[in-house]
Ligand binder design. Structure first.
Ligand SMILES: [Zn+2]
Length: 371
C-alpha cells in the first residue's frame, strides 16, 4: 500500500474515531456513512427498519456475498433530564462504576452537532434499575442548553496519531468501521469480475448487539452470506497491540464458524507469505462477546477479525481513569490489507479448499507409509 493510500485510510480513521456516538444515537456516524456512499457512483446504500445500513456495489449481487460488518455506537451517555446547571443522563455501555464520579464529560446537542459543550463533572452515579441503565448527574459550571436525547461523551480530547498509535475517543468500533470502508473503497476499484463484498453497519451493539439481532430478523442479510464481524477487542499479554489484526476464533460466549474462520486464516497466511508480509494473530478473545456470536446463534455463517485494543471502553485500568482508547496503526493497516485479501481471494479454489479435503489429500499422499 503506498503512502498516499495509507494517509487517506488514516484520515478516515481519525475522522471516524473522533465522532461522538452512543447506542441508538449513531446519527453523526450514519451521516458520515451516507456522505461516503454518496461520493461513489457504484455504491447503493439501503437500510432496514431498525436503521442498520447496508452498502452494496451495484451490479454484482450474488447469493452468498461476503459482508464486512461493524457497529457504529460506543459506550456513552444519553440525556434524560435537564435542570439548570445539572444534566441527568443514562449510560449505555459497559464501564466499571469506579470510573464515573469526578470524571469530566462533554455534551453534544441534537443529532448532528460535533461542537462540544464546556466540560461538566459527574457528581453522582446511580445503579441500573431492572432492564435499564446506570444513571448519572452531571454538574456544569453554567446553565446548560440541553434536552433529552442529546448525548454526552467522556472528555478525553480528539483522535490523534502519536508514535505509530491512534489515541481516540471511540476506536471500538469506529476503527473497525474505518478499516472496512478503506478496504471496500479499494475493492470498488476492481473492474474485472469484482467480488460481491458488502458492508453492514449496525446500531446498538454496546447494550448487547441489539442492532445485529435486529439485522438477523429484518431480512437485510442474505441467508447464505458470509459475515466477517470487525471488532476492537481488549488486548491481553498474548494478543498485544502491534501483533497484527486478530483472526478471532471465538469470544467469551461462543466459537465462530470453523470453515469461514479457517478460510480467513488461509487468506491471512497467504498475505503473510508475500514480500512485505503481514503480521497477524489467531486467537480466542474472551474480553467480551461480539456480534459474530449473535449472527452464528441466529443461523448465519460468521466469524470475526479484530484489532487489539488498549484502554478498552476508555478504561485505563493502570491509571484508574478514563482516557482515549488506543490501537496500533500497523494493526489497522494490516486489517485493511487482510480485508482486501478476503474480498479478493476468499473464493479462490486454493483458499476455499476446506480442511477436510486438505486432510484427505495428506492421507492419499502418505497412507502408504502406514501399510
Ligand atoms: Zn464495545
Amino acid at each position: 500500500m503506498n503512502a498516499t493510500t495509507r494517509a487517506r485510510h488514516e484520515r478516515d480513521l481519525i475522522e471516524l474515531t473522533g465522532l461522538p456516538t452512543a447506542t441508538a444515537k449513531e446519527d453523526r456516524v450514519i451521516a458520515w456513512v451516507e456522505r461516503w456512499a454518496k461520493r461513489r457512483k457504484n455504491v447503493e446504500l439501503s437500510r432496514d427498519r431498525y436503521g442498520n445500513l447496508m452498502l452494496i456495489r451495484t451490479g454484482v449481487e450474488s447469493k452468498s456475498p461476503i459482508i464486512f460488518t461493524a457497529h457504529l455506537d460506543h459506550p456513552a451517555f444519553v440525556v434524560t433530564g435537564v435542570d439548570g446547571k445539572t444534566v441527568t443522563a443514562e449510560f449505555r455501555g459497559g464501564v466499571q462504576d469506579a470510573f464515573f464520579v469526578g470524571t469530566k464529560v462533554r455534551l453534544y446537542r441534537g443529532e448532528s452537532s460535533v461542537k462540544p459543550s464546556p466540560p461538566g463533572t459527574i457528581r453522582e452515579l446511580r445503579p441500573a434499575k431492572k432492564g435499564g441503565f446506570k444513571t448519572v448527574d452531571v454538574q456544569f459550571r453554567q446553565r446548560i442548553e440541553a434536552q433529552p436525547g442529546d448525548i454526552l461523551t467522556w472528555d478525553v480530547g480528539s483522535a490523534q496519531i502519536k508514535s505509530g498509535r491512534l489515541h481516540a475517543p471511540a476506536c471500538d468500533d469506529l476503527a473497525g468501521a474505518a478499516a472496512m470502508f478503506a478496504a471496500f473503497g479499494e475493492l470498488l476499484k476492481i473492474r474485472k469480475d469484482p467480488p460481491d463484498v458488502r458492508l453492514l453497519c449496525t446500531r446498538a451493539e454496546e447494550i448487547g448487539f441489539v442492532g445485529a439481532i435486529a439485522a438477523c430478523k429484518s431480512g437485510i442479510i442474505p441467508k447464505k452470506a458470509r459475515l466477517i464481524a470487525l471488532e476492537n477487542s481488549k488486548s491481553f499479554a498474548d494478543s498485544p497491540l502491534g501483533g497484527g489484526p486478530i483472526v478471532r476464533v471465538g469470544d467469551r460466549t461462543s466459537t465462530f464458524d470453523p470453515g469461514l474462520t479457517f478460510a480467513v486464516g488461509q487468506v491471512a497466511q497467504s498475505i503473510a507469505a508475500e514480500d512485505e508480509g503481514l503480521k497477524w494473530q489467531r486467537k480466542l478473545m474472551t474480553g467480551g462477546t461480539c456480534e459474530a456470536s449473535a449472527y452464528q446463534a441466529l443461523g448465519y455463517t460468521a466469524t470475526c477479525v479484530c484489532l487489539p485494543l488498549g484502554n478498552y471502553h476508555n478504561m485505563d485500568e493502570q491509571a484508574g481513569k478514563i482516557d482515549r482508547e488506543v490501537i496500533h496503526l500497523d494493526d489497522y493497516h494490516g486489517l485493511v490489507r487482510l480485508l482486501m485479501g478476503i474480498g479478493r481471494s476468499l473464493d479462490d479454489p486454493e483458499t476455499a479448499k476446506p480442511l477436510t479435503s486438505r486432510l484427505n489429500q495428506l492421507f492419499a499422499d502418505h497412507r502408504s507409509l502406514l501399510s
